[in-house]
Design a protein around this ligand. Structure first.
Ligand code: BV8
Length: 247
């Protein structure tokens, strides 16, 4: 049930906020048909935890299994489009240049496809890959040998998805920009995240501690509810257009 009065209050907070930071997670893309991170473990991968697949150790131990999981998720992305929530955020950013900073934990590129080119992508991109080990001359000169995973035909160096795996540090510049956006904002919208994964989830605490209002958009409770000034129990693609359009 939509809380229209709370939604209207949040709309007013948005109008009044000179600087808005958005922190999005997998729920942002749920209505585009992209399974949330936890849901992405179905079928062949149902028996694994994300932490058992999304790590360098898992990739080195089972390169074909891990590569196949990412290839499966990548193929699914080819069929999906940004949803009304992605588009509402991009349209708002266009109407208010420099006022909205978007930080995403998602690796699906949908915010960027909706028009938010300067999205801070904390966990990299499912659409790109790079060398697992430091590339040698042969990795640059020889054609990549196809396979699961593709590899260098001379030294055997493997390609890996350009996502941040568990146990890997986030890209320094991206996380520094995200921390600054959390520290400097007047309002943080936390959309579609369980708040389980760090250091990304910690950004909501940073915003709260710096005195920003924190608004959560999530049909379910999350680990970040404790720092929220308001929780809108609605799906992102339904809620964000109401919050952002005509403002
Ligand atoms: C780090 C890319 C420093 C990969 C991802 C041991 C060693 C090292 C670190 C750790 C450790 N133990 C713990 C840690 C920290 C670890 C961590 O947080 N673990 C968790 C599991 C406890 N973090 C790390 O490892 C990070 N690095 O700490 O580096 C370091 C380095 C070396 C040594 C020591 C320290 C790296 C974390 C990045 C992991 N990579 N993605 C891939 O995609 O395969 S994270 C991955 O999980 C996703 O990208 C996403 O960010 C995250 C899942 O979170 P959500 O986005 O919230 O998704 P989820 O499915 O959980 O929730 C969806 C939500 O949406 C739900 O609440 C649901 O209700 C809601 N929803 C559903 N529908 C809708 C909706 N909301 C709105 N509208 C809807 N329609």
């Amino acid at each position: 049930m939509v809380d229209a009065a709370l939604r209207s209050q949040v709309r007013q907070w948005i109008v009044e906020a000179p600087r808005i930071t958005v922190l999005s997670g997998a729920g942002m893309s749920a209505e585009s048909g992209v399974p949330t991170f936890r849901d992405a473990l179905t079928g062949l991968w149902a028996r694994f935890n994300p932490e058992e697949l999304a790590t360098e150790t898992a990739f080195r131990a089972h390169p074909q299994r891990v590569w196949a999981w990412y290839a499966h998720r990548r193929e699914a992305l080819a069929q999906v489009q940004p949803n009304a929530g992605h588009c509402a955020l991009a349209a708002f950013a266009l109407r208010h240049p420099g006022r909205l900073t978007l930080i995403t934990q998602n690796v699906d590129g949908l915010h960027q496809r909706a028009g938010l080119a300067d999205t801070i992508a904390l966990h990299g991109s499912l659409l790109d890959d790079h060398w697992l080990d430091l590339p040698r001359t042969c990795c640059h000169t020889e054609p990549i040998q196809s396979g699961e995973p593709p590899s260098c035909p001379v030294c055997g160096n493997q390609r890996r998805p350009s996502v941040v795996w568990f146990g890997e540090s986030l890209p320094g510049p991206a996380f520094a920009a995200a921390e600054a956006a959390a520290q400097d904002c007047d309002l943080m919208l936390v959309v579609g995240t369980s708040g389980v994964v760090y250091p990304a989830a910690g950004l909501a605490f940073t915003a709260h501690q710096r005195g920003a209002r924190v608004v959560i958009v999530n049909p379910e409770p999350s680990d970040l509810d404790a720092v929220a000034d308001a929780c809108l129990r609605e799906p992102a693609a339904q809620c964000l257009p109401h919050l952002l359009e005509n403002s």
